[in-house]
Design a binder for this molecule. Sequence first.
Ligand code: ADP
Length: 619
Amino acid sequence: MEERTEIQRRRPADNYRLNVVQIPMLRALGLGILCVYVLLYDLLIAPPFSLYGYLTFVAIFATYCLASWLILRKGYKKVRPVDFSLVFLVVDLSLWLLVVYRTGGEKSLLFFVGVVLVSHQAYTTFKRILIFGHLALASYLSFVLYLAMIEGRPIDWGIEVLKMAYIYGANLYLAFTSRPATALRRRSAEITREARRLNWQLVKKSKQLEVAKRKAEAANRAKSEFLANMSHEIRTPMNAILGMAELAMTSDPTFEQKRYLATMKASADVLLQLIDDVLDFSKIEAGKLDVHPIAFRVRDTLNDTLEVLAARAGQKDLELACQVSNVVPDFVIGDATRLRQVLMNLVGNAIKFTDKGEVFIRVDTTEDDRASTTALPEEEGSLALHFVVTDTGIGIPKEKQQIIFESFVQADGSMTRRYGGTGLGLAICSQLVKLMGGRIWVESQVGLGSSFHFTVRLLTDQGTTGEQKPAEPVFRKALHPLRVLLAEDNEINQQVAVEFLQLRGHQVRVANNGKDVLQTLASERFDVILMDVQMPQMDGFQATAAIREKEKTTGIHVPIIAMTGYAMKADRQRSLDAGMDGYICKPIRSQELYEIVESFTPADTKANNDLAPLLLDNE
Ligand code: ADP
């Protein structure tokens, strides 16, 4: 059953070729060899040679070959159910017997050709070979019986049995050896069929995908256009709301009304920000977002941005600090608005996702080749800046660190209600940074905090290089180097202040908390103390109180400068009340730091009367 299906499974064209072309050719070749053998037999073994007799024999063979071939050609497919090919294969046996008869009958050496005939069948099936094997044996047996009984020849039965055993054995052997070949053919046929089927499916699928892709692209374009239009439409009334709220504020509202208006304005601001994000996002999607380079000051832009965010950091009691490497030129050319937007997003996120600790921004130049992957080609007079926004917040799990840069993705869906947001900010940042020729990435550890890095490629402003130097006089060595004690618990902030002070030639000693300060003061003398107000174990106020208490006995007054958060005005007053001599706001700017620290240069190194009123003022 299985074998028949194997034949049936073959393509009709293959069967036709086998039966009408290949087998007739093999037949002609085989019969041709037999004719040569008969010729040699006539010439060498049984002379005298009769040409007429021989040609008659050849003519019979040739006629058979030609006739069988023609019949197959004409009738192979048409005359069903007769399988002519099979008929001729059986008739072949009688031609074989004719040759055996012609070359000596039972003495002929051609008995083995019965095996050769079977090998024709090796192309088809095991069963067919087996049938032909038995047929060949039966034919030879009847042939020998004919010789013995009709012609009365003396037969050596021992030899004949041996010959028949040979024919039978060899045919069985051929039948069995054909089995693996058959199995192999079947498998490769199956594999080919499967491959064809898969290929067909693949072609079909990719056509479907192509259609789906085109549809999705069209839908996406429509969505982007809709978003862009909507954002524009919403902005107009929003502006009116904001403007009117501000005007109402100036129209002498009651306390209660003022509160309502403030809330209204704050909500409208948030909404406007959201709309801006959506607008940017849709612009990015539609490929319409581009950069507008102008000349701007890096430090000013940074300060302006942080000033806006400082209030938010202040509300959460977070420290906000910033350090710009002095190799960063002040004037550059780039899209300041977009740069500010990226910073706003990253610092805003850092504040949002940090409950305790600090947010620190660092800016440096970079050689990072990857900074110049897109948009702006690296060219003469361009430089890459590397920004890092570090926080001590909740952190981001490793598996989320890539996907948060995709649109609408938030590291934890459940956080949304706690922290708010749309998941658009980082997607926009990522696109903006790309447009500015840089890249963005994050390093983060859950529970410890995150560092968002980005690079942008900017042009150095050749025309304003003269103005680029204002940083220089700031970093000139101070006339009177001071011994400064820096009380600060945060390592990065320590680093910033130490670097600034050392650049001016001051000596700095670091204390990690209030207790540390008291211990250090017991063994060393300082010209001025820079005191962070928020510190573990003993904060700045407590430490100042303890120092001032001690001074009552020693009589030596050390000036103390408070370092307070950006927008914590209350802290400033509190620090003065606690006995401090001055204050400076974070993020610390070098110029401000030098001004205040150096204003406390001791009397013996400065003109004596310089210091006196200052001390009097504050005591
Ligand atoms: P949004 O803040 O509006 O949800 P963003 O694209 O700005 O959208 O941020 C995507 C997500 O990345 C946030 O929802 C948050 O889960 C995570 N994320 C961004 N910044 C920080 C950060 N500084 N610390 C922890 N998680 C952050």
